[in-house]
Design a protein around this ligand. Structure first.
Ligand code: ZN
Length: 110
């Protein structure tokens, strides 16, 4: 094998590895990102509910509506955080409790 061929072979091997990693990463991102995203949505809802409770002097046990916490969530993501990935249904829950996802597993709860 000439040195030029060796170099081309080496480049092909590196390219194949890079492609393999890229495919692996995309598969990983697709399979895990929605679950991480569910917890992040619950975090956003929890923060919005807490801020609503502070701003409007609510006490534990009061359940806000989606419209009541809407001003405390960025307009661009309000629609997104109303539903969980994988079809989870969210309950905002009462002040003093975490919002919940109907799927309820560890990656779907706070
Ligand atoms: Zn969920």
């Amino acid at each position: 094998m000439s040195s030029k061929l060796k170099l081309q072979f080496g480049i092909a091997v590196i390219a194949a590895f890079a492609l393999g990693f890229a495919v692996h990463w995309v598969v990983w991102a697709r399979s895990y990102a929605p679950e991480i995203s569910c917890r992040m949505r619950l975090e956003i809802l929890s923060g919005a509910k807490d801020q609503w409770a502070i701003d409007t002097h609510q006490t534990n046990g009061v359940i806000p509506s989606w419209e009541q916490i809407r001003p405390f969530i960025s307009p661009g993501i309000f629609e997104t955080v109303q539903r969980g990935p994988y079809g989870g249904v969210y309950k905002i829950g009462a002040v003093g409790q975490f919002p919940t996802c109907s799927i309820g597993t560890a990656s779907h709860s706070l």
